[in-house]
Design a protein around this ligand. Structure first.
Ligand code: FCB
Length: 477
């Protein structure tokens, strides 16, 4: 188990610990907030389709309205301004900007992002744009199982780079390829809903290739903004000292973390342990030209952190952090709950020390070749409600955010275990409550509460906390 520090940092103490130029921001993704799925010529994404299938989304909800950001973006940027945030990470809805997934940009779709970007600029907020945050067009027959989808991502990046390049501070090619492969193709918990276990592995390579092609397309379009990728990193803890548990923890670390970061940062896939037989053999045969495409110089690395993972040998019982998957019973390992560790509304373990560990692993593994790092997501869901006085007192989220930011800053500070890692910013997931994929509207992650019936926004205590931190930073300068 990882030991968490207990002293609570005040906003002033945290503000003093922020490195010069450190970016404080919030993050969202199109499918989770925009709604307006039939506006203009927008077509269906795999998440629209997945949500329409029976029993896929826990509360039977869908993408059609979510937080109605498409119509309320001006109000939402007003909230960011009130917060004082430096930056905003959003994603382009693929099927809004490129209906059907082919051809040029949609006029109406691109207009929406023009309006969003212009407003962010007038509010003095730096846009960090994710090109692919999970919402592939339904027209790609096998999704990321097809190699051709990589080329499609590259093409889209080129179009977006040409159109919006002058206004985007930082580009993220693809969000959390690990979650897409694990939840979407291996365990059937996310769109497109396949339960292929190890046969999902081609989606790793195709997403990474898509990333590499997107980087090259953005550079060819001459974008002045910086370019990176985002993955979610979870430090993996073996459940015991047994060699079996250690071997399975190493395997989970490989398929969750290293199989993505190694090719992107080192230009090679990690070596598979012998006991896996030929389950990862395809990676030994990847042509060196593909690895060269994937291994592009990056301006930054985006790291999302939510929780560590406890792994034991032996068949799974079907429980993953994102839901129950029968397919897990066929895996050689299982994921366990940490005993005595508090959890979020999602049941995810709250372990700031895991955040420090994730950063330390990045520094140890990639050290000199690691570009500057941004925490592109960090946050927690709790069952927040608007109280009788009209406020939302989410003290647990305040503690979560405070302790996680403190742990990350301490880890990279001189003498810290991740010293040398150039940490440049932290984005809270999320600006506002939104549609949490297969969990529908049951998990609230926002700094701002959203009434999903009326659309009304109410800043929570955590919003006030971040506002205070940003104000304290301005005073400390
Ligand atoms: C991440 C996703 C993001 C959000 C958070 C809670 O895996 O990138 O869209 O759902 O989890």
């Amino acid at each position: 188990m990882l030991a968490d520090a207990t002293a609570a940092a005040t906003p002033h103490a945290l503000a003093r610990a922020l490195p010069e130029g450190f970016v404080l921001g919030t993050a969202t993704a199109a499918a989770q907030i925009e709604g307006a799925t039939t506006a203009g010529d927008r077509t269906s994404s795999v998440w629209d389709r997945f949500a329409a299938e029976p029993d896929r989304i826990i509360d039977g909800s869908d993408t059609s309205r979510t937080a109605d950001h498409y119509h309320r973006f001006a109000e939402d940027i007003g909230l960011m301004r009130e917060l004082g945030a430096d930056a905003y990470r959003f994603s382009f809805s693929w099927t809004r900007v490129q209906p059907g997934g082919s051809g040029g940009l949609s006029r109406e779709g691109a207009d929406f992002y023009d309006r969003l970007l212009d407003r962010l600029h007038s509010a003095g907020i730096r846009p960090f744009a994710t090109i692919s945050h999970w919402d592939l067009p339904v027209e790609y027959p096998q999704g990321w199982l097809d190699r051709d989808t990589a080329q499609r991502l590259g093409d889209l990046a080129g179009l977006l780079g040409e159109r919006f390049g002058d206004r985007i501070d930082s580009w993220i090619t693809i969000n959390e390829p690990a979650t897409v492969t694990l939840n979407g193709y291996a365990l059937g918990l996310h769109a497109p809903g396949h339960s292929l276990l190890f046969d999902a592995l081609p989606t790793v390579h195709h997403q990474l290739l898509g990333h590499g092609l997107a980087v090259q397309a953005l550079r060819a379009a001459g974008v002045p903004g910086r370019i990176g990728i985002t993955n979610t990193h979870s430090p993996v803890i073996p459940a015991s000292d047994s060699p079996e548990d250690h071997a399975m923890a190493a395997l989970f670390d490989l398929v969750h973390n290293r199989i993505y970061a190694d090719p992107v940062l080192l230009g090679r896939y990690p070596e598979a342990p012998d006991f896996l037989g030929d389950a990862l053999a395809a990676f030994d045969e990847v042509p060196s030209e593909d690895l060269a495409q994937i291994h592009q110089p990056l301006d930054f690395y985006g790291l999302n952190y939510y929780m560590p993972t406890l792994v034991a040998a032996g068949a799974g019982e079907g429980e993953s952090p994102d839901g129950t998957s029968a397919a897990m019973a066929d895996l050689p390992f299982r994921l366990l709950a940490f005993e005595g560790v508090p959890t979020t509304g999602f049941g995810w373990p709250i372990q700031p020390a895991g955040f420090a560990r994730a950063l330390t692993e990045m520094q140890e593994r990639y050290g000199d070749v690691l570009p500057p790092v941004y925490i592109t997501e960090n946050g927690a869901s709790f069952p927040d409600e608007v109280g009788p006085d009209g406020t939302v007192d989410d003290t647990e989220r305040v503690a979560f955010l405070r302790d996680h930011l403190a742990a990350a800053l301490a880890a990279v500070a001189p003498g810290g275990p991740a010293e040398g890692l150039d940490l440049r910013g932290w984005f809270v997931w999320s600006l506002m409550d939104n549609w949490e994929w297969a969990a529908g509207f049951t998990q609230r992650f926002g700094l701002v509460h959203v009434d999903f019936t009326t659309g009304e926004r109410t800043p929570k205590s955590s919003f006030r906390w971040l506002q205070q931190l940003i104000a304290a930073r301005a005073e400390a300068r």
